[in-house]
Design a protein around this ligand. Structure first.
Ligand SMILES: [Zn+2]
Length: 274
């Protein structure tokens, strides 16, 4: 075999190579170092032909998100859509030791097709941030230019939900790694999904004006969602490469239906910008 030198100091003197061939790895790539009685050269190279080929790839490792957690996110996005008609943002945290997911909510300012939120953060109680989830209000799901910036700025899982004006929620999951976005099948990301035949999208009645104007509208909306919605969400795999497959997202048998309600405090973190 030939020596491989890892160059950590630019002034480091590399040893003379008795067999005339070695490789140097530095911050700017891999270099082949050749030494003959006539010359010594350091030449940039793409790889080492003597070795086996390395396959590039990425694998999604998180367990599936429990339906209770997914449903809380979806219902929060529906509440924001009802209250403000806008999109919103949530963060997904995971505790590897307890193998538990949690939705993290941050103060945010929403507008028509925009959502501004504070700088990146990390929980400090054993949970780590593993991704984001955001809604497209009543729009379809796709990767907008802004989504590309946000998603590729944080390596991890990114969920997009949309078409909140209908009863079937569009959903899209991508894994962002090194500025590349890889679509993930919903069945790999969410637990509690049952594939079903194509679902009808019906447009629900518009929200009555008293709901919007009432001082305690947040509570009323939460009550409306609790009483109207059985703990089942209808979901369609969306996005440019989406299969268009439809699913029911259901809570595990005997789960408390109210566990799928969004935290009442979350809506208070969302302010409508002008
Ligand atoms: Zn988006």
């Amino acid at each position: 075999m030939f020596p491989v030198h890892l160059l950590s100091d630019p002034d480091e003197q590399l040893p003379e190579d008795s067999n005339g061939l070695s490789y140097v790895v530095g911050s700017n790539g891999i270099f082949r170092r050749v030494e003959t009685p006539v010359f010594r050269a350091t030449l940039r190279t793409d790889g080492v032909p003597h070795l086996a080929e390395v396959q590039e790839g990425m694998e999604y490792l998180l367990p599936r998100i429990p339906s209770v957690v997914a449903m809380r996110m979806i219902r929060f996005f529906r509440l924001v859509h009802l209250a403000h008609g806008t999109e919103a943002m949530a963060f997904i945290a995971f505790n590897p030791d307890a193998c538990e997911f949690r939705v993290e909510m941050r103060p945010q300012r929403v507008r028509d097709m925009q959502c501004e939120f504070g700088p990146q953060f990390n929980p400090d109680d054993g949970f780590v941030l593993v991704g984001t989830a955001h809604s497209h209000a009543d729009g379809r799901v796709f990767t907008s230019q802004q989504d590309f910036i946000v998603n590729s700025g944080y390596d991890g899982l990114h969920l997009t939900f949309g078409t909140f004006g209908t009863s079937v929620v569009d959903a899209m999951a991508v894994l962002a790694v090194d500025r590349r976005l890889v679509p993930l099948p919903l069945e790999k990301v969410f637990a509690g999904l049952t594939a079903t035949q194509s679902l009808e999208r019906y447009i629900p009645q518009r929200v009555p004006r008293w709901v919007r104007s009432a001082a305690d509208f947040a509570q009323r909306l939460a009550d409306a969602i609790r009483t109207v919605g059985r703990p089942v969400e209808r979901m369609r795999e969306g996005g440019p490469k989406g299969s268009g497959k439809d699913y029911f997202l259901e809570l595990p048998p005997r789960a408390d239906p109210s566990s799928a309600d969004p935290d009442p405090k979350w809506l208070g973190l969302v302010t409508l910008g002008k």
